[in-house]
Ligand binder design. Sequence first.
Ligand code: PGA
Length: 259
Amino acid sequence: MRKPIIAGNWKLNNTVKEAVELTNGLKEGLKNLNESSLPEVVIAPVFTSLYSVNELIKNDSKISLGAQNCYYKDNGAFTGEVSVPMLQELGVKYIIIGHSERRQYFSETDEMINEKAKAILAKGLIPIICCGETLEQREAGVTDSHIASQIKKALDGLSTEDIAKSVIAYEPIWAIGTGKTCDSVEANRVIKMIRETVKEVSNSQAADSIRILYGGSVKPNTIEEQMAQSDIDGALVGGASLKADSFIGIIEGTMKVRA
Ligand code: PGA
């Protein structure tokens, strides 16, 4: 049985002060929820808030720390980058890689995403590997081939054990921040296809273990239907993770379906 993950991607939002307030709000909201049926809850603030947020959650087993990106070299002449060991020192356990915004605005390639996945897993951390199609790709009928190619390239050269530990997030680009969620049955179909692709490049055990999330306008009122699908193992949440009550609402909805 795969444990669900609800991950908040705060993107470029929240100063340190705001991040601390939001984290305290989440801790407060989580207090009332039964720990044994909680999903794995991950929050991914900007780099500059990681230290302060970790101070608040390091002794709290209900929330794990995530980062939104990393570089794949440990150190060296790479101005402006942050490495996996540096994030690990701050308590980071999960690192989101290959988000469509990074692919689109910062020219991240599948090859870079693969290097990052290798660097993250080599240090014992967990990559959340994002994939997803544009509206044009969906309309042209190339969704599945595009996503299968993104996944194969991201997982290239990884061991079966490392693949089994990893997390994938399927995020149709047209559903991100638009309020247009992908139909749950369709999201589940694509996620099943991703699981088949994982099986092709590893084995069925890894494909059964890997957790595959849906992302794209997830809200408290969409999560129950999404979590009721056979292959959706959680959500990567942007906008609705920026307010404690809506993020807690998504966690509660998950618990209703998967307690
Ligand atoms: P959204 O973002 O929930 O605001 O659509 C999701 C994401 O980009 O991870």
